[in-house]
Ligand binder design. Structure first.
Ligand code: BGC
Length: 252
């Protein structure tokens, strides 16, 4: 079965058709820059363009970088504050005007986690697995025996008086021009705090910077193993598509 996955990020909105049996992207992805400011109506117009580009009539999974419950956004750390309280699923549904397109909106890190647990680095892993995406912010997804605890928001855990993501995201590494060693110390501090709170069996590190995992993963000192994600930039698209296909076909 195929499902359309769309990843809404701070700089780009990307879509691709995903084979939900294999997790592979079957058609070339399509990207449109995120409107600035990223107002809900403007983002919804881009979403419609992506759905039209693929001439799509089927389930659509969409990631969003915020707390999402039943399609509604409840936070807006790195997006326009007007998203708070917006029913994103309903807004996108209305704009795409596609009655046969059930729309599922989920947190971006939760989507990435679903992709990793189903087809990537966390495949077949039981116990407590925590996926962290290091990018503009820090996203998190917690799985217990393969089941997701949604909207965990560990990037906002307070460390030295600041949100973890304002100390240890990849954005901070770049903005402050931190060496890999200095940045790894900050990531390590965040991971060890998370480890103390949740005693995970495995950490999976995603986000674009996970491509360079040899530079910082060996410098970490957690008890649980820390491994890189396998899906790099496509994790959100794949995970959102999977979640939408499960919603549309709950018995498969
Ligand atoms: C947001 C999360 C999101 C993460 C990664 C954080 O600032 O609060 O919802 O998953 O950034 O984009």
């Amino acid at each position: 079965m195929q499902t359309l996955g769309i990843d809404i990020g701070g700089s780009g909105i990307k879509g691709a058709v995903v084979d939900t049996e294999t997790g592979e992207i079957v058609e070339e992805r399509f990207r449109i820059p995120t409107p600035q400011p990223s107002l809900p109506e403007d983002v919804a117009i881009v979403l419609k363009e992506i759905v039209n580009h693929f001439d799509w009539h089927g389930p659509v999974g969409v990631t969003f970088p915020a707390i999402i419950k039943n399609g509604v956004a409840y936070s807006a750390a790195n997006v326009d504050p007007s998203w708070i309280g917006t029913d994103a699923a309903m807004l996108f549904q209305r704009h795409t005007g596609c009655p046969g397109c059930p729309m599922l909106v989920i947190n971006d890190a939760d989507a990435a986690g679903i992709a990793e647990m189903t087809f990537g680095a966390g495949r077949g892993r039981s116990g407590v697995v925590i996926i962290l995406t290091l990018g503009t912010g820090i996203g998190s997804a917690i799985f217990v025996n393969g089941h997701l605890l949604p909207n965990s928001e560990l990037g906002h855990l307070e460390i030295r008086g600041k949100d973890a993501e304002d100390r240890a995201s990849d954005r901070i590494r770049q903005e402050k021009d931190l060496s890999w060693k200095k940045w790894a110390e900050r990531v390590d501090e965040a991971l060890r705090k998370i480890e103390f709170l949740f005693s995970p069996d495995l950490f999976i590190i995603g986000g674009g910077v996970s491509k360079k995992h040899e530079r910082f993963l060996p410098l970490l000192n957690t008890q649980a193993p820390v491994i890189p994600a396998e899906f790099l930039n496509d994790a959100g698209i794949v995970g959102a598509a999977l979640a939408a296909s499960w919603m549309a076909n709950p018995h498969e």
